[in-house]
Design a protein around this ligand. Sequence first.
Ligand code: FE2
Ligand code: FE2
Length: 492
Amino acid sequence: MPIPNTSENAAKVARGEPFSFSFHYLSEDVVRYINALFAKILASMDQIFLLDTFITIIREVCINAVKANAKRVYFRTIGIDIDDRDRYPEGIELFKKNVIGHFETMEAGLKSSDYRVSFSIKKDQKGLVVQVLNNSIILPEEMARISMRMEKARYYEDFTEAYEEIYDDTEGAGLGIVLTVLLLKNSGIGVENYRIIRGEKDTKTLLAIPFELRPQEITTTIKKQILAEVEGIPTFPKYITELQQLCANPESSIGEISGKITVDPALSSDVLKLANSAGFISGKRIETMPEAIKNIGLKNLNAILLATSARSILDKRYSRFEQIWAHCNQVAFYARRIAMKYRLTRMVENAFLGGLLHDLGKIIMLSTDLGTTNKIADIVKDRKIRTSTVMEEISVGISHAHIGEMIALKWGFPDYLVESIRCHHTPLNAEEKHRDIVFIIYLANILCGIESRRYQLYYAEDEVLARFALSSDAAFNELHAELKTAHEIRAE
Ligand SMILES: [Fe+2]
Ligand SMILES: [Fe+2]
């Protein structure tokens, strides 16, 4: 698909003109294009915070449309008439076995077929109207099953409740419908604004997104437990706060600061360890506290104090999540490097600290309900959902980014750090003055996620890539290779 200009077309939609395009297959390019288009339309309407919810719903709608077409193409290939009721179950069995989970095998067949999906969007007085049309007629059986699923899904309070029922579904379409319904409810769009219409020659899905949304608050047992946890988390010990004040005071001596740190053996060892870690100066090994302070500087020390205190509070309270901290260390290393590379020198230390602490909400979430958190992670990965935030919000009622933000506020973290934690999966929601640092943390996290195969390049927000001149895949991969090599050398 030739990529039309998103800015121009988003402006068209914002002016009230209709805009449409069509595709055969939901390729990465198409998804990326839809993302960019919506990011711009919503930004111009000052509603960017709705982006991830919209994109997730719209993606589900598009997947369903392409899947319906793929089913027809597949039936044709195996020589079964889709309207032949006797042979339909046999065809569906084969479709499930050979196509579901290997959808990419249908790409070529769809592209050379006459089946296509037309996507159109228009703004009216009440909101945005999205129409997804596929030129295959929905079968009465399919229509009945979808209605039944939707009806059922309306009564689920949250995702965990629906989860068990989903996997017995015959065509594997249940999860998408449940997701869509929960997203519609949770976002405030409302289930009544989503309609599937069976036409003479085609199937139309209409999604009317009102400007004024009435989001439904999801209260789950896990959410209640999480809020109680956040409430119960202790504040920073007094000597840490005093130490931070000492670091901030230019009159303080290194001896004074060092003396205060060495009172706490655990803190001392953490400071030494971090001072020797990947993010800081290379070269000789640092053995003593005054040496460590001199080498890393007071600004860095302040960052280390904050990070180690935060971690030790969480580690004492919850089982150790080594994997998360290891991930955070890597994000911190990447974030620091990115800040240096783009000459954002004033925020090198802040980027490092932001990386170290960006996922602290995840610790609380994992500690409260490991099972659900893992299920969410699986679904996000399997369905290639761009961010875990939306899934967490509809299944638990709160995202790990929001939990992190609450803790950061409780601990009195500086603004830029609160914002980095809050927006590390939703960078376009960040306040303008914190965008540089938030974008750095976001980018570093995406890069690490690509390495652990949780993300793919096309998930990345266009605006962030453009900010760092990474819009071409080559530029992006080059930066990634450079950071990865530097990190591997450091870890040896
Ligand atoms: Fe995260
Ligand atoms: Fe992360």
